[in-house]
Design a protein around this ligand. Structure first.
Ligand code: BTN
Length: 255
């Protein structure tokens, strides 16, 4: 039925024409004991979720998918999987379409300065180890116009818009599953430093002057000079002090 070349990622796919959120559905399946690699894919989501409680508009033509992973790691290491996923998606878009994609911290996939994909990973822990992680990936594939209602900081694009033709979504999911599995295997064998290196090379944030908007309207500005191995951004502020930023909405600005 499918030309999947993976060992376990996407071996079981739950396909829906519409769900509230593929992440919600994947969580339900994980609670019921679904195996690692189980995937949920939907044509549309009525309540797609973005990071930081935002709504994620999910029209037909996009790729809205969530994958269940069951890594044996402490909860504090779960953000590593977000970085890992960003690397896998960026590599896939480069390989399949030769697109010049970049990763904007922490996990937006951009073409030029426009967002084409967002990632939402949600971990659930039991007795201080991760029980499961749901990795949600939203790719604006054959989507015409995308608006981010509450997201003022992003310009959006889609693969269709960039490539000026519709893409084969099934083929893209197959290719992504393969690269995702390879990257996850690398992660499990303890090679996270290599993945982080790939992340740094794909990132357009490192080396840029950025503004990070944190909760409660707090803003930090500085040059992004690195990332810690749990995914925090390291900024050099104008007074030359270093500041670690764990989360926030990041935009690249002129100094
Ligand atoms: C972001 O950039 O804010 C993250 C967006 C993540 C969207 C995907 S689409 C599939 C999965 N299901 C959801 O409800 N969200 C993620």
């Amino acid at each position: 039925k499918r030309d999947l070349e993976t060992k376990y990622i996407g071996r079981e796919i739950h396909y829906f024409s519409e769900v509230d959120s593929t992440n919600n559905m994947a969580k339900k399946l994980a609670e019921k004991g679904a195996e690692e690699g189980t995937m949920v894919i939907a044509e549309t989501q009525s309540r797609g979720r973005g990071r930081r409680g935002k709504k994620w508009i999910s029209p037909e033509g996009g790729i809205w998918m969530s994958t269940i992973l069951r890594p044996h790691i402490p909860p504090a290491d779960a953000p590593k999987l977000t970085l890992m996923t960003g690397v896998a998606v960026a590599k896939t878009l480069k390989k399949e379409f030769g697109l010049d994609v970049g990763i904007k911290w922490p996990n937006d996939i951009l073409i030029g300065n426009k967002k084409v994909c967002g990632i939402l990973t949600e971990a659930n822990a039991k007795f201080n180890t991760v029980d499961y992680v749901v990795v949600g990936i939203g790719i604006d594939a054959n989507v015409d116009t995308k608006i981010f209602p509450s997201e003022v900081v992003h310009l959006a694009t889609s693969l269709k818009k960039e490539l000026e033709e519709e893409i084969d979504r099934v083929k893209l999911v197959q290719s992504l599953s393969k690269i995702f599995e390879e990257t996850y295997e690398e992660f499990k064998s303890g090679n996270f430093p290599d993945i982080l290196n790939d992340w740094r090379n794909l990132s357009t944030t490192i080396g840029s002057y950025v503004e990070v908007r944190k909760r409660l309207g707090k803003i930090v500005r500085g040059e992004a000079i690195g990332i810690t191995n749990t995914g925090a951004l390291i900024l050099e502020l104008d007074d030359n002090t270093l500041r670690k930023v764990i989360s926030g909405e990041c935009i690249h600005i002129e100094k």
